[in-house]
Structure formats: C-alpha cells, structure tokens
Design a protein around this ligand. Structure first.
Ligand SMILES: [Zn+2]
Ligand SMILES: [Zn+2]
Length: 96
C-alpha cells in the first residue's frame, strides 16, 4: 500500500492531477456491499452523488466510463477542467 504519495496520480473522473481535497468513492456503494474504491477530487465526488442515486450507481453506473458518460457529469468535467486541482466550492452543511 502506498497511501501517502499522490505524485502522478490523477482523478479518474476529471483527469486532472489529484490534490487535496479528495475522497474515496465506492464504485458500488458501500451500503450495497461494494468494496472497490477510487480516489477522486471531493468536488467530483459530490457531483457524482448529486446526479446519481446509490441504486443508479449500483445498477447502471458501476464503472468510471459509465459515470462520465452521463451528460450532466460530462458538462461538469468540461467546466471543472479549467479550475485548479485543489478547487472546491464549499457548501454549508447543516449540523445535526
Ligand atoms: Zn476530479
Ligand atoms: Zn462516492
């Protein structure tokens, strides 16, 4: 395992260099028993989950190729490609 070194790593969604903040995304949602994860930018990650439900991810969008083929995510990738790798638009979270 080599978790510390992000050199030469790219985000599989937007293909930009991987930098903080980034997240682990389960190709099959964890809640559906998925174990395989990929590292992607946090902004790319929140986009995936704002567009696709866990059931859609599990049943229809269980590869990176399928995810990026979704028109709304494709548009997002074009938009984010001009942003710096560490770009993340903060959204306020409600505290529970
Ligand atoms: Zn990305
Ligand atoms: Zn995820």
């Amino acid at each position: 395992m080599n978790n510390g070194n992000l050199n030469n790593k790219i985000c599989l969604i937007c293909r930009r260099k991987l930098e903080q903040p980034f997240d682990k995304h389960h190709i099959i949602p964890k809640s559906k028993g998925g174990k395989k994860t990929i590292l992607i930018h946090r902004i790319c990650h929140s986009k995936i989950h704002s567009v696709l439900t866990e059931n859609q991810l599990k049943n229809n969008y269980n590869t990176v190729e399928k995810i990026v083929s979704v028109p709304e995510i494709n548009e997002f990738i074009k938009w984010v490609s001009n942003k710096p790798p560490g770009f993340y638009k903060r959204t306020k979270r409600k505290r529970n």
